[in-house]
Write a protein of this length. Structure first.
Length: 216
């Protein structure tokens, strides 16, 4: 069964269905059989023309093979002014809302603000936390607020935290390779072991989640 890689930074030459992350400053991407997401990353706000980036994202939304807005989000560790990060993140969630596409979110130490923004904007599109590696309390808060999760090796290989995977609702779960070398097959194998379910069953669940969320 085809495995979904929700978020990757380089196209892998396996049979998986991948959403290739594209930074807004690298748009446009070709209309092709490949899927993309497009977003202004909080790390880049100071290095690019953010208004131009918003325009490019907005323009890209008419492309059918651009499945989501992102990665975009909030990062407490990076130097960029936090109010500015919130502003550009909000603008991108508005674009996602307008075009009915999910948002793929980068969030570092800013979960309370993220949850607050989701409730304030009353967004109706799915908000997917990519590279999720929060603790149990964070996971529960995000679940209560209807977030989706995409998990990669940063959680799965973390001995203290890998059990958190089992707390996430399987109907709101995705897996990803992100910017790592690990193959998506290895990620599914790890996740299936932690969840104690069959790899093919897990592939089926995530494929169903993908088809439910993305109008590919
Ligand atoms: Zn990434």
């Amino acid at each position: 069964m085809n495995k979904i890689d929700l978020h990757t930074h380089q196209l892998k030459s396996d049979s998986s269905v991948q959403i290739l992350n594209t930074f807004a400053q690298d748009l446009p991407v070709p209309e092709s059989e490949f899927y993309y997401s497009a977003g202004l990353h909080p790390w880049h706000i100071n290095q690019v023309n953010p208004e131009e980036c918003l325009n490019s994202i907005e323009l890209s939304m008419r492309q059918k093979n651009i499945l989501a807005v992102g990665e975009c989000g909030l990062d407490r560790i990076v130097n960029t002014d936090f109010a500015m990060q919130q502003h550009y993140f909000k603008m991108q969630t508005a674009i996602a809302e307008k075009h009915s596409k999910p948002v793929i979110i980068h969030c570092v130490r800013a979960y309370p603000e993220l949850i607050k923004l989701k409730n304030e904007t009353k967004s109706s599109v799915p908000w997917i936390i990519h590279g999720f590696q929060g603790n149990q309390q964070t996971a529960q808060q995000l679940i209560r607020n209807n977030f989706y999760f995409s998990v990669g090796e940063s959680l799965l290989l973390n001995r203290q935290k890998s059990h958190i995977l089992a707390l996430l609702p399987t109907d709101r779960l995705f897996l990803e390779t992100d910017d790592r070398e690990t193959s998506i097959n290895e990620i599914y194998t790890l996740a299936a072991q932690i969840l104690e379910i069959d790899n093919e069953v897990l592939s089926g669940i995530i494929l169903e989640n993908f088809e439910g969320l993305f109008k590919a």
